[in-house]
Write a protein that binds this ligand. Structure first.
Ligand code: HEM
Ligand SMILES: [Cu+2]
Length: 488
């Protein structure tokens, strides 16, 4: 780092750090509130499927669209907040980008809410071509246009974040390869070795930038098709672009949020999370693989080239393991004989590692062609991704919220029972999805047969439990905001 910082520079950095903190807190507050709202929407869907609540099917699909795109969007916003908060200690980030992204995000969200709830757009967060334009007059073209336009704004905002984080990493480490620690990995050089937070951020920049560009490209193509229906798109190309975008974006949310594990467990236990060569190799491997395994979403598209499918299946098996293993083993190594006294933050972090690891198992099972031909489009799919998002990603974000609410003081203060209740409710909730999938209950159906509803009913009760506990976490955070902002 630069040792000759002048007073004005130092002052400038201090102000940047302060405004960075303001935006991170704002991001997390919005994340908490939107998460709760989207969870309630999820509960409404589950209640409708259980037969306990009458919802018009077209409203169900509107809610499903809002819940899907809303959760993915807010997971990204929360992930950015976590990444930014910790990364800002190592590289110099310009907080103004957070403000610009937030404006684009909020305008985009308002556009999508209007398009879906007023215009009736309900083509799911995957907006698969040509559905937006061919709704069988369920929704007018303007609502599809407005929704896609809103999504485009949100994507552009996140692209700006990626560019800024990429710029800061390059400025500090001299290149994205060096931010991934390649000089240490390949040449065993100990020169300015990036901390785990920077390695994860570099991976996110590398994978999210092309994903967001692919997403923007296919959104613009769909918009052109909506305005000029004679201009058609190759549907297979559209599907590839959409799933490349969607797959990478949702995966990257965890790669941002896991920085909380790398930063907080060491502070709690007083031990360092070292950037070893094994750690670096794992992150480099996952960086490349996460980009090429998206065809596991197209395993039933027989027109896809066979090699792409084989790549999708085989690399899906391997993809998650490197980072999962270094994170899981790294956490165990840090915890082993550390004399840790469990409390809310550490328990949430531990749950998050479990939820992420365990949630990957049903995902990998589904990425197998013979299984996929049975499980494709069943509730198995929401089963696996709710597993690692609800029990992997969210606990990481909640842990950071509570950590900030406690003024970053890591003295154990109890509260682990609340976290365990969250795990319990969440686990049974996702198991109900998996059980439905096991019995071949289709996903994305507003109306369920009576014999499926037992799982829907149990899931509804558990979802209510999850919402209560999540509300406690969010309120703990919101209540402490004035104190957080007053702090240096
Ligand atoms: C209390 C918590 C939650 C409840 C009750 C809930 C409920 C639901 C339900 C009922 C569906 C539709 C399943 C179907 O029949 O196909 C769904 C879909 C979905 N959920 Fe959740 N969910 C919750 C949390 C989350 C979280 C935390 C995320 C991500 C961070 C998430 C992301 C999604 C996505 C992406 C879809 C797919 C929508 C689609 O098929 O287009 N959910 N959720
Ligand atoms: Cu995927």
């Amino acid at each position: 780092m630069n040792s000759a910082i002048t007073d004005t520079e130092a002052q400038g950095q201090d102000i940047t750090a302060q405004s960075g903190r303001f935006w991170v807190v704002t991001y997390l507050a919005i994340t908490g509130l939107v998460l709760l709202l989207m969870m309630v929407f999820g509960l409404l869907m589950r209640l409708a499927q259980a037969g306990w609540l009458a919802i018009d099917p077209s409203l169900f699909y509107e809610i499903m669209t809002v819940h899907g795109v809303g959760m993915v969007g807010i997971a990204s916003l929360g992930g950015v907040a976590v990444m930014w908060h910790f990364l800002a200690r190592y590289v110099s980030l310009r907080a103004g980008v957070l403000a610009i992204n937030l404006v684009l995000f909020l305008v985009g969200v308002v556009a999508m809410l209007a398009a879906d709830f007023i215009g009736g757009f309900a083509a799911a967060w995957t907006f698969l071509y040509p559905l937006p334009a061919v709704s069988g007059s369920v929704w007018p073209a303007w609502s599809a246009e407005l929704h896609l336009f809103g999504l485009l704004l949100v994507g552009v905002g996140f692209l700006l974040i990626c560019l800024e984080v990429g710029r800061a990493l390059i400025a500090e480490y001299g290149g994205l390869g060096r931010a991934l620690g390649w000089h240490k990995l390949f040449f065993n050089s100990d020169d300015n070795v990036p901390p785990p937070a920077a390695v994860a951020a570099a991976m996110v920049v590398i994978v999210d930038t092309p994903a967001l560009i692919a997403g923007a490209a296919v959104i613009v193509m769909s918009l052109v098709n909506l305005f000029a229906p004679t201009i058609a798109i190759n549907p297979l190309l559209a599907k590839n672009l959409i799933y490349f975008f969607g797959h990478v974006i949702i995966n990257a949310t965890i790669y941002m949020a896991v920085i909380a594990v790398y930063e907080l467990l060491p502070r709690i236990t007083g031990r360092k999370w070292k950037t070893t060569r094994v750690f670096l190799a794992a992150w480099t491997l996952s960086t490349t693989m996460v980009l090429v395994i998206y065809p596991h979403h197209l395993l039933m598209d027989f027109v896809m080239p066979t090699w792409a499918m084989m790549l999708g299946q085989v690399l899906s098996y391997i993809n998650s393991f490197p980072v999962l293993v270094v994170t899981g083993l790294g956490a165990l190594a840090i915890l082993h004989r550390s004399g840790i006294r469990w409390d809310l933050v550490s328990t949430l972090l531990f749950i998050s590692i479990f939820g992420w690891m365990a949630g990957v198992v049903p995902a990998v099972i589904d990425a197998t062609v013979v299984v996929n031909s049975v499980m494709h489009n069943t509730l198995w799919v929401p089963g696996h991704f709710h597993f690692y998002l609800l029990l992997g990603l969210l606990p990481m974000i909640f842990a950071v919220m509570i950590h900030l609410a406690r003024n970053e003081d890591v003295t154990p203060r109890g509260g682990d029972l609340t976290a365990i209740l969250y795990l319990l409710f969440g686990l049974i909730f996702v198991i109900m999805f998996l059980a439905g999938g096991w019995a071949s209950v289709p996903r994305r159906w507003a109306v369920h047969l009576e014999q499926w509803q037992i799982w829907d009913k149990v899931a509804s009760v558990m979802a209510a439990g999850v919402i209560v506990i999540a509300t406690i976490f969010v309120v703990m955070f919101l209540a402490r905001i004035p104190g957080m902002l007053r702090q240096k």
